[in-house]
Design a protein around this ligand. Structure first.
Ligand code: SF4
Length: 79
C-alpha cells in the first residue's frame, strides 16, 4: 500500500515538473489521491479549465512547447 502511495506521489511530482511551463495548465492539485489533478484550458476551449488525469496530460505533450506562457499562474481575470 505504501508503495502505491509513493508511486502516485512520484507521478504527480513528475507531471508537475514537466508541465509547469505549459501555457494551458491552470493548476495542479497537490493531493496525490486526486484522480484528475491537472486543470487545463486546452480541452475546455475557454477560461474555465477541465480536470484531467496525469496520463492524459503527459500523453498530450503540449508541455514541450515551453516559453509562450503570458500569465502564470493563470487567473480568470488575467491578473
Ligand atoms: S493536457 Fe496538454 S495542454 Fe493540458 S496541461 Fe497537460 S500538457 Fe498542457
Amino acid at each position: 500500500m505504501e508503495e502505491i502511495v509513493r508511486l502516485k506521489q512520484t507521478m504527480l511530482d513528475v507531471t508537475h515538473e514537466l508541465i509547469s511551463g505549459c501555457r494551458f495548465c491552470v493548476h495542479i492539485a497537490s493531493d496525490s489521491d486526486d484522480r484528475t489533478p491537472v486543470h487545463c484550458v486546452k480541452y475546455s476551449g475557454c477560461a474555465i479549465p477541465v480536470q484531467i488525469n496525469t496520463a492524459t496530460c503527459l500523453s498530450c505533450q503540449e508541455y514541450k512547447r515551453i516559453g509562450t506562457r503570458p500569465n502564470w499562474p493563470y487567473t480568470a481575470s488575467g491578473s
